[in-house]
Design a protein around this ligand. Structure first.
Ligand SMILES: [Zn+2]
Length: 234
């Protein structure tokens, strides 16, 4: 297709522009990628480049407003505050680890040693490991309390689901849950563990969730309200 640029200039600066041509699209569809702030434009198969450019131009105000509404991106860096199980911690670079390893917790502080150029990656590695540990503790305890077993726990950077559960007891969670309050983590784990007994979202399933982690309604709404914010860390 001709000359649709790969970036779009906005009042807040340039953003990546991704064009998706879809046979089934009946009209132009605009959305934002909350991971990298890219503008994604879906086009009907036979739309011209000129029409695409005109559409982008007509909707510039909408794009700018939506970008404004995104929660701020929180890059992991020295001095930046992040929540761990909902408790604020400031990231601090330390010259020496003194046997603590690459990253460790002190009250209110996430300490990271080594080359400052690797700090962001070390923070992510630390949080992933912490998530696996905390989620694992909860999952095993809850599973035992209902007479089920957890086969394996893995953490990933999932974007559409906080957790998932296979029939064989393999659980998968988003590492970003470690940024949420403990009660929210309890709810997500309870949800997946309850699926070891009820592979559906029926009334008995929700009663099992509520038994494992009371107050699930409030935690679910916290996750809905804070999803975009959690995806903007790192
Ligand atoms: Zn479910």
């Amino acid at each position: 297709m001709g000359a649709v640029p790969e970036r779009i200039a906005l009042s807040s600066g340039e953003r990546p522009l991704k064009i998706v041509r879809r046979r089934s699209a009946r009209r132009f569809i605009l959305r934002l990628d909350d991971e990298d702030d890219a503008v994604i434009l879906t086009l009907p198969r036979y739309a011209s480049s000129a029409a695409a450019l005109r559409f982008l131009d007509d909707n510039r105000g909408w794009i700018e407003q939506r970008l404004d509404e995104l929660p701020p991106r929180i890059v992991f860096a020295d001095g930046v505050e992040i929540p761990i199980l909902g408790v604020p911690h400031v990231i601090r670079h330390r010259a020496e680890s003194r046997g603590h390893g690459a990253a460790w917790l002190e009250p209110g502080t996430l300490c990271v040693a080594g080359d400052p150029r690797h700090l962001a990656r070390r923070v992510t590695d630390f949080l992933r490991e912490r998530a696996r540990h905390e989620l694992g503790l909860r999952a095993r305890a809850m599973a035992m309390s209902i007479g089920r077993r957890v086969l394996r726990i893995s953490v990933r950077d999932t974007r559409t689901r906080w957790g998932s559960c296979a029939h064989d007891g393999a659980l998968c969670f988003s590492w970003r849950l470690i940024l949420a309050p403990a009660a929210v983590v309890d709810y997500v784990v309870a949800h997946e563990i309850a699926h070891l007994k009820h592979m559906n979202h029926g009334a008995r399933f929700w009663r099992a969730v509520e038994d494992l982690a009371p107050g699930s309604g409030a935690q679910r709404s916290w996750l809905r309200r804070n999803r975009a914010r959690l995806l903007r860390f790192g």
